[in-house]
Design a protein around this ligand. Sequence first.
Ligand code: F6R
Length: 259
Amino acid sequence: MEVIISNTYEELSKAAAAAVAKTLNSKPNAVLGLATGSSPLGLYKEMIRMHKEEGFDFSHVITFNLDEYVGLKPDHPQSYRSFMHENLFNHINIAPQNIHLPGATTGNYRAFCESYEKMIADCGGIDLQVLGIGSDGHIGFNEPTSSLGSRTRIKTLTQQTIDDNARFFKDGEKVPIYAITMGVGTILEAKKIILLANGEAKAEAVAGAIEGPVTSMCTASALQLHKQVNFYLDRAAASKLKMREYFEWIQAKMPHGAA
Ligand code: F6R
């Protein structure tokens, strides 16, 4: 595990983008697992800049998103499909057939979830998984008490997550309570994982994920079992880490990463 602490959100986003670029430079047709929400917005902005200003090529990249609300039409402004197109896909040269998101209006969720897992496996598995973290410690929408071996399935969101996500919806608009999400077990199969977190509201969850016991009460703590995971944090998100000085000391000695 590596913990990289940045002074600003912009610096954190650029460090995460460098990790994405490293993966794609060594494997242009890499499979990326992607997250939505506010945490990866700076990363996506930087990927767009790399494409527009440096001609970075995304034409062979394959993507699988972590999750999608159940019941929202694909073109609903708050659907994760709309989010990804608006904030990334419409601005880079990714091939439309290489984009995969859970289909949240399917008639048969169980069959869909199984086929989503199969599609990932058929593409050779996820090379690099991008994650955010919920204030309750979730990754994807694997809420507290989700099995650490779980696979892609429907989850009921917690009230805390529904309240956190209400900021994206219009006043009075209902926030969905169900989502399709990759499971913790699915996420742990990615070859490499990067988790991005900024702001004080994430500090508790980040400390639980990195230093807490491995527990389904903080599903991000399962990342401790993964052999190649990097946390990109700003100072506020890192503020509750007991080992913060140690991580900063390593970073100062090895600014380009220990690996
Ligand atoms: C979104 C996802 C969630 C978010 C998490 C943090 O695809 O999987 O786990 O990463 O809820 O959301 P933000 O970044 O909006 O704080």
